[in-house]
Design a protein around this ligand. Structure first.
Ligand SMILES: [Zn+2]
Ligand SMILES: [Zn+2]
Ligand SMILES: [Zn+2]
Ligand SMILES: [Zn+2]
Length: 484
């Protein structure tokens, strides 16, 4: 019993620690996907059921030709009903140019609603979880209670989802009479997948090979300095602590690249998850005393000018007053939607952290856009070094990724790369949770640069310590190879 569900008006449901979880690397939550599927292009490389990478074919379906990692996996998957409709689902996918994997996972969830509506939430694949309020729900209830954000979704995407939903609805009505799955239920599933699903990683793929829906993990909060990381291994997700967590503390993970500056992180969360992050790091003007976005104050000469963020009251992007249905050109609708996002972003004012004088000319915005322009033309740290000449803080540029690119460039002098990597690690250790994998890959890089064996070994040990915390025992050897 490590977590329980809590609920409040502004956050909705979320999970908190029901006891102290002091050791980083603890499995806080392990959940098997309610449903999953590979992306279309990976379907013949992965088991059609559990999404494990196939190194050899063990069993296949004589009807549809898809492959399974074992005969048992094929039997337990209950493949016959979906198999009969695969060609129709493929037509829907190709007609609408939607990934077949997405159509398939939505359809699989429909089948699960039809076949197992009363399935209990707590199954044998849940480890150490006491779900409080949720234990009275069925898994089907829980999936249906996840947020759809239908009103926030890009109208072009929503339009495709609606078309696909109506086609799936009629396929179900023709082939499984009494299925009682409505158009709106199917549309909700599409939206729930878009907003809540996690990427799956089969070994050997450098990026996500598929998608899985994990309804309990979907209740976890986002934080830009989270206390947990997640790893997916086939169709299971492991939520592992990466910092000590105290009783009653909110359990958090991150949905985005945390090495980005606040403005970029918030923009990404707003456009993909439909909320403005107000975590500690996002609301800390100095980003936890790291000053990643700042320039020297010309008034007091000692302070740094940083962006002050005005909190917004209304974070919901309503499109109610826009007439998308009668809009001929969906690109116009999309532009309108973009504009809404722009207006929803909190307005930043730049202010000296020391003397409190306000930068009336938005010099900070000008500096940032010039850095970004320079980087897009020439993504090289030399450019930044020139521009840096005291115009911005020493780590302002770091978070735009160019310094890390420099550090991995073999033609650059070793001593400089070592110096920068140590600088990067120092900053990442302040802004990220103590065992974040970003830190371990920098230690790994560092270990390859040191000529001194002792220093190299120490850096490699640090990298391994970090990786071991994130990857569950037993999966360490396979999974860590990609990172180490
Ligand atoms: Zn399998
Ligand atoms: Zn089949
Ligand atoms: Zn945040
Ligand atoms: Zn000042």
């Amino acid at each position: 019993m490590k977590i329980r569900v809590d609920c409040d008006e502004s956050y909705g449901r979320y999970l908190v620690a029901s006891e102290d979880i002091m050791t980083p690397g603890t499995n806080v939550l392990v959940e098997q996907a309610y449903s999953c599927s590979s992306h279309e292009e990976n379907m013949l490389d992965c088991c059609f059921s559990c999404q494990a990478r196939l190194f050899k074919v063990v069993d296949s379906c004589i009807n549809c030709g898809y492959l399974f990692c074992s005969t048992l996996c094929k039997q337990t998957h209950d493949h016959s009903m979906e198999c009969a409709l695969i060609s129709e689902l493929k037509l829907i996918s190709s007609d609408l140019m939607i990934d077949f994997g997405l159509v398939l996972i939505v359809f699989r969830i429909c089948l699960r609603f039809i076949n197992k509506p009363h399935e209990e939430l707590l199954g044998p694949d849940m480890v150490d979880v006491q779900l409080g309020l949720l234990s009275t729900h069925t898994r089907c209830d829980l999936v249906q209670s996840l947020q759809t954000h239908e009103e926030d979704i890009d109208p072009q995407v929503l339009f495709l989802f609606k078309k696909a939903s109506s086609l799936i609805e009629s396929t179900l009505a023709d082939r499984i009479p009494n299925s009682k799955i409505s158009f709106q239920t199917i549309l909700n599933i599409f939206c729930v997948i878009l907003v809540n699903a996690h990427g799956l990683c089969a070994s050997g793929f450098s990026c996500d090979s598929g998608t899985g829906l994990f309804p309990i993990v979907s209740l976890l909060s986002h934080d830009c300095r989270p206390n947990c990381c997640f790893v997916t291994i086939c169709n299971k997700i492991y939520v592992r602590s990466v910092a000590p967590i105290l009783k009653n503390e909110k359990i958090s993970i991150s949905y985005i690249d945390l090495t980005q500056p606040t403005k970029i992180r918030r923009r990404e969360l707003l456009s993909t998850k439909y909320f403005i992050c107000e975590c500690f790091r996002c609301c800390s003007e100095t980003e936890c005393d790291v000053f990643p976005r700042s320039y020297p104050c010309s008034h007091c000469k000692v302070g740094w000018v940083v962006p002050i963020i005005n909190k917004t009251e209304e974070v919901h992007c309503s499109v109610d007053n826009l007439d998308f249905e009668n809009c001929d050109d969906f690109n116009d609708a999309f532009d309108m939607f973009d504009e809404i996002y722009q207006n929803k972003e909190p307005q930043e004012v730049w202010q000296c952290h020391s003397c409190k004088s306000i930068d009336e000319d938005s010099k900070g915005d000008v500096i940032e856009s010039s850095i970004q322009r320079l980087l897009s033309e020439n993504p090289n740290v030399d450019v930044i070094e020139k521009l840096n000449d005291n115009k911005v803080s020493s780590c302002h540029y770091l978070l735009y990724g160019c310094l890390t690119r420099y550090c991995s460039n073999d033609s650059k002098p070793k001593h400089k790369r070592i110096k920068y990597l140590n600088e990067v690690i120092n900053i990442l250790e302040k802004i990220l949770p103590p065992f974040h994998f970003e830190i371990s890959s920098r230690y790994k890089q560092l270990s390859l640069l040191y000529d001194d064996d002792e220093q190299a070994d120490a850096a490699l040990d640090a990298a391994k310590r970090h990786i071991q915390v994130v990857y569950p025992n037993g999966h360490f050897e396979n999974s860590s190879k990609n990172l180490l």
